[in-house]
Design a protein around this ligand. Structure first.
Ligand code: ZN
Ligand code: ZN
Ligand code: ZN
Ligand code: ZN
Length: 304
């Protein structure tokens, strides 16, 4: 938290992490600090001047409204360069271009004069990962934390068992699943071709590696033309976390076989029962031979 650069500001606190959609307040000043969505703790480290670096004063405070660091026109996080009109209204460079250098607040020209102090404030602002409350300690320049969130290993994963509301870090979820639901799932061993038989009406078959290892959800979606089958690992999309490839094969009653595989198994944090748009094997209806179950085999391999 404490940085040694001059007057660097570090934002912390859960509140700053919950901004899925940036909504601006009509009057930020009126927003209460307590419970406000965009309140963050600000820690400013002020080092002494060049010759007197013996003492370091740490100052803390609250940034009342993180929305102040968003472009007031497009609401995206401000990045340099930031421009201001003669009346002091600010806008990001994209907005200056889109507005043909006319300030939307007062119509004066905007896009020539930089707002240097705002640029420095934005540059000096670090915010925690939105998953800080789950243990992620990474901090990012304001605005970049949302990119990180997509591949943060601390993202919550949800239990695929019906009627179970458990959510946790993926390894905790794997342990939870083994402890609570192992009776209703099959196990798989990497590199081995294993059975993946399922009733179409069951819609989901959960496979777990060994005892309390990663969970793989095989799902089927009945469509007019046949049944679409997906295979997803329940894990965050973080480097090195539960990276698998797979080969799925379907065997029809009449001896026909079809196969589908992905070098990189898709990872999901929560199973969805919405019809998939990509990465599925379509078993045509005439391949089903009127049966209500899918006789499949799956080989899952760990990617190194
Ligand atoms: Zn903008
Ligand atoms: Zn203006
Ligand atoms: Zn993170
Ligand atoms: Zn559960």
């Amino acid at each position: 938290m404490v940085r040694d650069t001059n007057a660097e500001q570090v934002l912390a606190g859960e509140a700053s992490s919950s901004r899925p959609k940036r909504q601006r307040l009509s009057s930020p000043v009126e927003e209460e600090a307590e419970g406000g969505e965009n309140v963050g703790e600000v820690t400013a480290t002020v080092a002494a001047g060049d010759d007197e670096v013996t003492t370091t004063e740490v100052r803390s405070g609250m940034l009342m409204d993180l929305d102040l660091l968003d472009c007031p026109v497009c609401c995206h996080p401000l990045t340099n360069p930031i421009f201001q009109c003669d009346n002091g209204h600010i806008a990001c460079s994209d907005c200056c271009t889109n507005l043909r250098n006319k300030c939307p607040s007062c119509t004066l020209p905007i896009g020539i004069h930089r707002c240097r102090i705002m640029e420095r404030v934005v540059e000096a602002t670090m915010v925690p990962c939105p998953n800080a409350k789950h243990g992620c300690t990474d901090k990012f320049p304001y605005g970049e934390e949302l990119d990180h969130e997509k591949e943060c290993s601390f993202a919550l994963c949800y239990c695929p068992a019906p009627d179970c509301n458990y959510a946790g870090l993926c390894n905790d979820l794997y342990r939870h699943y083994h402890a609570n639901h192992r009776g209703c799932c099959e196990t798989f061993t990497c590199g081995f071709n294993g059975d993946a038989w399922m009733h179409i009406s069951d819609k989901i078959l959960v496979l777990q590696e060994g005892r309390g290892g990663p969970l793989v959800a095989v799902q089927c979606f009945e469509e007019e033309q046949g049944v679409n089958v997906t295979v997803n690992c329940i894990a965050p999309f973080a480097p090195g976390v539960s990276e698998f490839s797979y080969q799925l094969s379907y065997y029809s009653h009449g001896g026909k076989t079809m196969s589908f595989g992905l070098f990189e198994m898709d990872r999901i944090q929560k199973v969805s029962f919405e019809t998939p748009e990509k990465d599925f094997m379509c078993v045509p209806r005439y391949f089903l031979d009127g049966r209500e179950s899918l006789k499949m085999k799956i080989c899952i391999r760990r990617r190194d």
